[in-house]
Design a protein around this ligand. Structure first.
Ligand SMILES: Nc1ncnc2c1ncn2[C@@H]1O[C@H](COP(=O)(O)OP(=O)(O)O)[C@@H](O)[C@H]1O
Ligand SMILES: [Mg+2]
Length: 312
């Protein structure tokens, strides 16, 4: 039996999702005979951790602070073991620009992209480079903030007239944004658990939006807005390649414990691309990783125990 501090909530835009992930983890820990202490992460985090003296922390925070290494750094300082990836891997994965450069350097396919900081626009005239980028990427162009999750701040710009507004929207989430080539295809997610010798991929989940143009924030967390198929119906070679790509991303970013890698599959061209990796993927009842685990015969409680085992 362990005393487990379940870190949840926090200040991020994904606070509500995290509260749901955290509550579900606490219930599982209870059933497993552990002693969970739920902590809604805020200004008293260090005090709460010192008071509760946990054996281990289960990081169920999504987005800012929880996935970017901030909370992990604090846990390191307090010498409290924690679930999931270490600080440096969190920093790499949470920043889509860093992560995509790492993929490109290692020849892992990721959609072509150009990244800009706010200062490049304000002080270096980056706007003048937009026509060349549009020419290069074609339309629609996917505009996204470098760090965010749950499709927040992501826009598909369909014409050059809509690029400035899309950039402005993305800049309201982060000071760094990327313009990415649109992949016309299917939304795949490969969940990975690494509690043993080598990381293992779970069955692939395909998210099929029912009405929205892409798999956006609302579609993710409301019942009935998205259909999931797991294992995704894919040609065997495609499934194998998606898993190979996801495991390379896990390895090249230096991830640990568990993670989810999002990919796009252009079925007309038979091309796969990695979009990003989440170091604290959702653990709610509509989330992808728990569905994938379930399809592999790993129930939620066992999943939580395995994530915990990987931490200690
Ligand atoms: N280059 C792209 N081409 C097509 N769809 C994309 C692209 N990038 C993102 N999307 C859509 O937006 C969703 C979220 O994008 P992602 O890069 O995974 O960011 P987030 O961190 O918000 O999950 C994807 O699951 C996909 O549906
Ligand atoms: Mg994603």
């Amino acid at each position: 039996m362990s005393r487990v501090a379940v870190l949840k909530g926090g200040r991020s835009l994904e606070r509500q999702v995290s509260l749901r992930s955290g509550a579900r983890v606490e219930d599982a820990l209870d059933r497993l005979g552990h002693d969970p202490v739920g902590i809604d992460v805020g200004a008293d985090l260090v005090d709460r951790l010192r008071e509760s003296r946990p054996d281990v922390a289960f990081v169920a925070l999504h987005g800012r602070d929880g996935e970017d290494g901030t909370v992990q750094e604090l846990l390191d300082t307090l010498a409290i073991p924690y679930t999931g990836s270490r600080v440096s891997a969190c920093i790499r994965a949470a920043d889509k620009v860093l992560a995509k450069h790492a993929m490109r350097d290692r020849e892992v396919p990721t959609p072509e992209f150009f990244a800009f900081s706010e200062t490049a626009f304000n002080e270096l005239g980056a706007a003048q480079a937009l026509p060349a980028i549009q020419e290069r990427l074609g339309f629609p162009i996917v505009v996204k903030p470098a760090s965010q999750g749950s499709a927040l701040g992501i826009k598909f710009a369909r014409t050059s007239a809509s690029v400035p507004a899309a950039l402005l929207a993305a800049f309201s989430y982060d000071r760094k944004v990327l313009l990415e080539r649109h992949v016309d295809g299917r939304d795949l997610a490969v969940s990975i658990i690494a509690d043993g010798a080598s990381p293992r991929a779970l069955p692939i989940v395909e998210a099929v939006p029912v009405q929205d143009e892409f798999y956006d924030f609302e579609a993710r967390y409301e019942f009935g807005r998205t259909k999931f198929s797991c294992p995704a119906q894919l040609p065997e070679a495609t499934a194998r390649e998606a898993i190979r790509i996801a495991l390379s991303v896990f390895e090249l970013l230096g991830l640990a414990g568990f993670a989810r890698v999002d990919l796009m599959f252009d079925d007309k061209r038979d091309e796969l691309y990695a979009l990003e990796a989440d170091v604290v993927p959702g653990l709610t009842d509509t989330s992808l990783l728990p569905q994938a685990a379930d399809a592999a015969g790993i129930g939620f409680d066992e999943l939580v125990q395995r994530i915990l085992d990987a931490a200690v």
